[in-house]
Design a protein around this ligand. Structure first.
Ligand code: PBG
Length: 327
């Protein structure tokens, strides 16, 4: 055979295969999402998200301990309040569920990086991500309560805030509120490119945040669109976002690629509840090798261009990285 170029030459030895890897992943890039609900002494399974637990503020540290032990450096907190109302006032309550959780977490784990999801859908009686005017979310009225929410999270100990509501102008509004309160040091991780996705199904059960009527297509992005992702991200960059997020991850790898190349900001991808649930369900049915598929899926997100991965598999991935399954 007259063949001088043989790609297989680089695949014949395990050390060499690792040496020539184009994508490197590291535990320092993982963020673990956690749900905190009102109550005390609660550690409960989340039926829609096998293997994920929901805590009350007083038990949250049990969950955080595992995160720290796994070597995952950061968590993203979601709150489920006892009471909901039309304007979601539990979201910025000094003694709200996330605020109390933050104080516990801050005191017990000073090194753990605490990020909060800033949104109203878990706190509103109608389940939409803002204040309603008739049946639509009033963008500008919502900005004020989102800013208040972000400020109260930071006051309670959050290191970073992550607005996920998709209102226009919310990054700028939150930036101004934080700066006005002397917290220009706090970064904003913007859910800049968030699609109206069916992959959020299990989350909405976990966070009790399904809209009571209609859907979120009036504010989240249409999955048909790709250029619009650049428009959304560019606006958030202008408004002062420090990090950009694309969400979901697996069905939006093209968008992760676009956003990570177009902007010199760290790019995060959120591998959402439905992505996790699909792997779990297929593994439970004996159809796939859970660890192998979860690693390969995570790898694809990094390969697409993500610097940071938010995933319900964060603790397991950290272990799989330690074992050298991916790295
Ligand atoms: C809140 C929010 C959602 C998710 C993160 N923040 C749900 C939604 O927009 O309906 C989804 C996360 C997941 O599915 O894992 N707005």
């Amino acid at each position: 055979m007259d063949m001088t170029k043989r790609p297989r030459r680089l695949r014949g030895n395990p050390a060499l295969r690792e040496m020539v890897r184009e994508t490197r992943v590291d535990k320092s890039s993982l963020i673990y999402p956690l749900f905190v609900r009102e109550g005390s002494g609660v550690v409960e399974e989340i039926p829609s998200l096998y293997g994920q637990l929901r805590y009350s503020p007083d038990t949250l540290c049990q969950g955080l301990e595992e995160v720290v032990k796994a070597g995952v450096p950061a968590v993203l907190l979601f709150g489920l309040p006892a009471e909901k109302d039309a304007c979601g006032s539990g979201a910025w309550d000094e003694n709200g569920v996330v605020q109390r959780a933050l104080r516990q977490a801050r005191a017990a784990f000073p090194e753990l990086y605490l990020i909060t999801d800033v949104c109203l859908c878990e706190y509103t009686s109608h389940g939409h991500c803002g204040i309603l005017d008739g049946e639509t979310v009033d963008n500008d009225k919502t900005l004020e309560v989102l800013s208040r929410t972000a400020l109260s999270h930071v006051g309670a100990g959050a290191d970073m805030v992550a607005p996920s509501d998709m209102m226009d102008g919310r990054v700028g509004a939150i930036r101004r509120a934080l700066d006005g309160a002397g917290r220009s040091d706090v970064p904003i991780l913007s859910y800049a490119v968030k699609y109206a996705s069916a992959f959020y199904g299990p989350f909405r059960e976990a966070a009790d945040s399904a809209p009571a009527f209609g859907d979120r297509r009036g504010y989240q992005m249409d999955p048909h669109n790709r250029r619009e992702a650049i428009k959304e991200a560019a606006l958030d960059v202008e408004e002062g976002a420090d990090l950009l997020m694309v969400k979901p991850a697996l069905s939006y790898l093209d968008v992760i690629r676009d956003v990570s190349q177009a902007f010199p900001l760290p790019c995060a991808a959120y591998s959402v509840s439905g992505e996790y649930a699909m792997i779990k369900a297929a593994a439970a049915a004996g159809l796939i090798d859970e660890a192998a598929v979860a690693c390969e899926a995570a790898l694809s997100v990094y390969r697409a261009g993500a610097d940071i991965l938010i995933t319900y598999y964060a603790k397991e991935l950290a272990g799989w990285m330690d074992e050298g399954r991916i790295g």
